[in-house]
Design a protein around this ligand. Sequence first.
Ligand SMILES: [Fe+2]
Length: 242
Amino acid sequence: MLLNIFRRTPILKTGFPDIHSHLLAGLDDGSKSLEQSEEMIRLMLDLGYTGFVTTPHIMSDYYRNNRDTIFPALERLQEHLKTVGLTVRVQAAAEYYLDEALMKMIEKPDQLLFLGDRYFLFETNMFSQPLTMNEFIFKLSVESIRPVLAHPERYEYLHQDFAKVEELRDRGVLFQINSLSLLGAYGKAAEKLARTLIEKEWVSFLGSDCHTPLHAKGLADVARDRHFKKALDLPLLNRTLV
Ligand SMILES: [Fe+2]
């Protein structure tokens, strides 16, 4: 269902940057090589994406990324794209996993990587809301940093309790939906919550969360989705970033 390798018509009629992906080679469970990064970028450019803020995982035990791994990898990708004659703007931030290590990291906010100036992309485990969530949100807000929860529709603890979604929003958390959620790529419950959040106009960012060329190809199939079209008409913050 996700794969339509024959259609390459743009899904995005106006220029639109992607702000959540794993395009830097060898840093996480995303791209495995510069060639694969290039393939994903070419596929997404064909769909109408106009630029990228790519966001490698930072997760203490699994992906020990930081500025010293991310920026050299970004430079290698930019060099590679130049070599193959691809002109496209690629920047880097990160997708931070909320754990104890992150609670320490936010004590030094000038070291953090942001989407734009002040948007901070983070994810949590899938099953239970971290006990530190409210403290985390509060500490960022004190620094005028805006937390952006990556793919809220994927978390089981939010499927079970919509009041928790409302509470996060009331506390100032912005939501970033994965476009592929609308195709059921992460299951029925995720699809349903993604649609609800779009209906309520509570979506601030759309992201591909592209890890592989298969994800990039799958994006072609979301073009006709009613909620995807509605999301594109929202005042998404993607357009302010790249
Ligand atoms: Fe991601």
